[in-house]
Write a protein that binds this ligand. Structure first.
Ligand code: PA5
Length: 444
């Protein structure tokens, strides 16, 4: 069986193989710390075994998804950060690029991931007189953005369907006991799923947080979990450092960081992967950006962004390295036609697949960027399907845990995200924030 494959040789003009191997002992220690729960943040390691642990819930998740699919024209997934990015990444990667223009039912839309008034107005307009359902996701159950969206849309749903009918169309995914969303779900009698205490938001895509929306979109969550479980074996501590893709990726990116490459660009040559990059940015940014340290995770969609960011990448400050996700075999075939007049001069491509052009763009870009001083790592995905997305997700999660330990930080907390919330609540005069309100207003 083919698996996703990591290649790091195009980093070796910039760091030596020895600089990568130097992390062997530390990476093995990190692996043990993850598996035995002896490292920092060890109360947040539930994601490690999720692929095997979640199996028993798959049937129930699929049943709930079937019910929502049958009843709804539109399903609104409410959540922010780790409570929506994983689902959106997988759904976008597997959906038709023009699904929103097609008659596909149900359409999946998102809310609670911003506080845009126009966005919410337009969403409410879209949902008017439509049969819609809501999946409300918040681990803490107290996050402002999704709570605000949920109150608005729940009210609308109850007005359109009646309170009793609305109850069948709302599912909540939250903590088993704590938080306002749990209280509300219990009081209203909504169907719920639990986010376990030991699974952080950005590591939760393989829990009901990601699986319910993905199943609602019509995709095969069992196959996604199969792929993740396969990577659980491949990336485990039994696999030697030299053959372990997660340990190798963690080691090489730390070696590059140490050599001054402070920014990692996740690159794709397939626009369907745009939100995989958004999910990855959260995973690595929130896990590693701490204590004045951490690679800055950024992303580009090629070839699109070669016409906007290409100049900087080729020629700007040399603090970048790239990790390219390369999908080996497209799901469809488009052949380039011959044209007798050949006015566009493209007959040299006649009979070739569009993907051949894309692959040569990929190869040419990689060589140009390496020549320009940008180390390249490559992750080959045999195909874009549920199984390989499952592999990719688990690979990145596992590597993130190892990489964070190599960096010497706790990859599983996020103390920095509280600062803006405190200021926002103070500025909004939230009860309990009186002293902060006074202090912050004096600064304006
Ligand atoms: O990864 C994380 O922990 C965060 O990004 C959270 O997912 C995000 O802040 C949403 O939190 P919650 O699910 O509690 O609403």
């Amino acid at each position: 069986m083919k698996d996703i494959k990591l290649t790091i040789d195009k980093a070796f003009g910039f760091v030596t193989p020895d600089a990568v191997s130097a992390y062997k002992a530390q990476a093995q220690q990190a692996q043990q710390d993850l598996e035995q729960g002896t490292g920092l943040g060890n109360d947040f390691l539930g994601w490690l075994t999720l692929p095997s642990d979640i199996r028993e819930q798959l049937q129930d998740i699929n049943q709930t998804a079937q019910l929502l699919r049958k009843e709804c024209e539109v399903i609104v997934c409410i959540g922010i950060g780790g409570s929506y990015l994983g689902a959106k990444a997988v759904i976008d990667a597997l959906s038709n690029s023009f699904a929103w223009l097609q008659d596909t039912k149900p359409q999946i839309v998102y809310a609670g991931q911003n506080i845009g008034e126009d966005y919410l107005f337009e969403l409410q307009e879209l949902l008017k007189n439509k049969r819609f359902g809501i999946i409300s996701i918040s681990k803490s159950g107290t996050t402002t953005e999704p709570a605000l969206a949920f109150r608005l849309l729940k009210t609308q749903l109850e007005e359109q369907q009646g309170k009793e009918a609305a109850k069948r169309l709302i599912v909540c995914i939250t903590d088993k006991a704590r938080g306002a969303l749990r209280t509300l779900a219990t009081q209203e009698g909504y169907k719920t799923y639990v986010i376990e205490d030991n699974i952080g938001g950005r590591f939760s895509v393989l829990s009901p947080v990601g699986l319910l929306p993905i199943s609602c979109a019509g995709f095969d969550i069992a196959s996604l979990i199969d792929g993740a479980e396969r990577m659980q074996q491949v990336c485990g501590s039994n696999t030697p450092f030299e053959e372990n893709p997660a340990a190798q990726y963690a080691a090489v990116r730390n070696a590059l960081y140490k050599s001054g490459k402070k920014v990692e660009l996740l690159v794709n040559f397939n626009p369907k992967l745009h939100f995989v990059s958004e999910w990855w940015k959260q995973l690595y940014g929130e896990s590693e950006g701490k204590e004045g340290k951490g690679i800055f995770p950024a992303s580009v969609d090629f070839t699109t962004d070669l016409h906007s960011m290409g100049q900087y990448i080729q020629d700007g400050e040399r603090h970048l390295f790239e990790t390219v996700i390369s999908v080996q075999e497209p799901n469809h075939e488009v052949l380039f036609p011959n044209n007798d007049a050949n006015l566009d001069g493209l007959n040299f491509l006649a009979g070739k697949r569009v993907d051949q052009v894309n692959k040569m763009a990929e190869l040419g870009t990689m060589l140009a960027h390496v020549d320009g001083g940008v180390p390249n790592l490559k992750i080959e995905m045999p195909k874009l399907n549920e199984f390989y997305l499952g592999e990719l997700i688990y690979f990145f999660e596992r590597a993130c845990g190892i990489s964070g330990y190599l960096l010497g930080i706790n990859p599983f907390n996020q103390p920095g995200v509280e600062a803006y919330k405190k200021n926002m609540f103070a500025l909004l005069d939230k009860p309990g924030y009186e002293a902060e309100s006074k202090a912050i207003k004096a600064r304006l």
